[in-house]
Design a protein around this ligand. Sequence first.
Ligand code: ZN
Length: 400
Amino acid sequence: MWRDLRPVGRHPDSGGYRRYAWTGADTDCRAWFRDQATARGMTYECDRNGNQWAWLGDPAAGDAVVTGSHLDSVPDGGAFDGPLGVVSSFAAVDELRARGAAPTRPLAVVNFGDEEGARFGLACVGSRLTSGALTPRDAGRLRDADGVSLPQAMERAGHDPQAIGADPERLARIGAFVELHVEQGRALDLTGDPVGVASAIWPHGRWRFDFHGEANHAGTTRLEDRRDPMLTYANTVLAARKRARLAGALATFGKVAVEPNGVNAIPSLVRGWLDSRAADEATLTALVEAVERAARERGDRDGVGVHVERESFTPVVEFQHALRDRVATLLTGDPDRPAPVLPTGAGHDAGILSAAVPTAMLFVRNPTGVSHSPAENAAEDDCLAGVGALTDVLEGLACR
Ligand SMILES: [Zn+2]
């Protein structure tokens, strides 16, 4: 399976993957998925929102066990983010058969469409549409960098955009969803475990900080006469880092815009975007408030006005405890010694679905923690341990 997927959408210079929703590379990934389903004698279907399903048993019977992930990528993404979950799911179906385990519940492998949001700017479009978290009307407004709308892109790729929308009947047939994913961090590397179970997805959000100063000549304006928003911004970045460290949370200024953006001009405006995530909402709120306070205090000293706008917020996703604990126990076969349970700061389709379906996630160790990069990696032994773990979970949930 990896051999087939390896060249699809791979950029020759960066070595990274550019598999954006409804592009040629995406079409190739979808054809691969369909071939994998057919080769195993599974019933293939593409749902109204462009998510692909491969079924063992009759979906209409209900209480299905579903596993899978996504095949699309971020710009120059790694090989594992997404595909590891889909490849491992098909491999787990093979392993179930090798074990002679016969599912007593319908079992499906799924490929959720447009998970990364690399093309249209919104993540998890396939699962959001299915769950109703994204309306067809709002989906119709999404456009890529060339001005192509999501419905146009779907239509060009041969999918009927008129059909998109909430699919509660489909969700009602799912009894459990388990997503395996490469870890996007080093928690398992630090504990020394090849596979772990997700406890929760941290609440996270984006805040825009506007620092208003006064443009002036870099060569003639005395330091004491300046109202330099870059200074306030720089101090705010440092404050965010310090506050995040003290709170055991994360805060990142990863995007900045400067006006007039001239090398010999004191800026009139610096706009910085803060991405912040924490284990709970109270910590996150307190952290962002502390950063905002630090920005205003420094702004007062610099003669710079500070305006903060929250642009997005996603509350905590707590995976269902009963399923999570069952999965953690199934992994080791020993209730007294369950697999490690860890939180993550990254969003996933499993997080979207968890509002409607009991959901769990497995993580496979990432030795460097690097993700969303061509350098992303997972050892072959760990990937095989992931397949073994997923098979144990599917056997425990669907075959007994
Ligand atoms: Zn992913």
